[in-house]
Design a binder for this molecule. Structure first.
Ligand SMILES: Nc1ncnc2c1ncn2[C@@H]1O[C@H](COP(=O)(O)OP(=O)(O)OP(=O)(O)O)[C@@H](O)[C@H]1O
Length: 247
């Protein structure tokens, strides 16, 4: 069967820095996979490579059997970037951000049709932001901003969702809302790769987990992957016994 995401022996350098070293990962359709690794272990780089935003020096990436560029163009894949990577002052409304998910469906004119407006309204409703549609994106709370980007993926009908630390700076209620949404989307057949430092929440959210340290150290069910000895390998310390286990 064709994998939803296939990363095969991918290496990425930024100048002298080796960010990914022969990373290999295969995710099947409808799975939620948690991506865990210390700061600088290459998580964001892995997302960017899967999105086709960073080109691997060696190795290949396919999404549903096609190239990342093709997946991005056709709207198969959607990315919720780290907050630091977004210009929150940019003068766009929440509605505009979610409408961006429809661009791939609109053709060259990018003129929204009734079906596009309906998809945006449905997505905003689904993430609980219908009343915030006209707000400038930067005027939302951390959790609402994340939900706006998830809504963009929903409006897009993306079947592969990549979320880079969606729970960072987000309160427990928003985290629970996002987790429920992700479970529903996976239930509908979406494949979800989500990086997080919240290790205790991971077994409830994810079907599988990946430990990254430039390369994939381990990939399996969260309860096994998150064993203290494995985390010690990836982080070099006893993280599960640290208060709160927020890395
Ligand atoms: N544009 C860039 N130019 C140079 N080095 C970079 C660039 N982006 C990332 N790096 C370096 O590549 C390595 C991997 O970075 P990356 O952002 O992928 O890690 P990460 O696991 O997402 O980290 P964090 O948890 O802190 O977000 C780090 O050493 C980082 O400093």
């Amino acid at each position: 069967m064709t994998a939803a995401i296939e990363v095969d022996s991918v290496s990425v350098h930024y100048g002298d820095v080796l960010a990914l070293d022969q990373a290999t990962l295969r995710l099947e359709k409808g799975r939620i996979c948690g991506l865990v690794g210390m700061n600088g272990s290459g998580k964001s780089t892995l997302f960017k490579v899967i999105m086709g935003l960073v080109k691997p020096d060696t190795g290949t990436v396919t999404i549903a059997g096609g190239s990342p560029a093709k997946a991005r163009k056709s709207g198969v894949v959607s990315y919720v970037p780290q907050s630091e990577d977004v210009d929150w002052q940019f003068p766009v409304s929440v509605h505009d951000v979610v409408m961006m998910g429809r661009y791939g469906h609109m053709g060259l004119t990018r003129r929204p049709r009734r079906v596009d407006r309906a998809a945006v309204a449905d997505a905003l409703e689904r993430v609980g932001l219908a009343n915030f549609a006209q707000r400038q994106i930067g005027q939302l709370s951390g959790g609402q901003r994340k939900r706006a980007f998830v809504a963009r993926g929903i409006a897009q009908n993306a079947t592969t969702l990549l979320l880079d630390e969606p729970f960072a700076g987000v309160d427990k209620r928003s985290e629970a809302t996002i987790c429920t949404l992700l479970s529903e989307l996976a239930g509908d057949g979406a494949t979800i790769l989500v990086s997080t430092h919240d290790l205790h929440a991971l077994p409830d959210l994810a079907d599988e987990a990946v430990l990254l340290m430039r390369r994939v150290l381990m990939h399996g069910v969260p309860a096994e992957v998150l064993q203290p000895e494995n985390l010690a390998l990836a982080f070099g310390l006893d993280v599960m016994n640290r208060k709160g286990s927020q890395l």
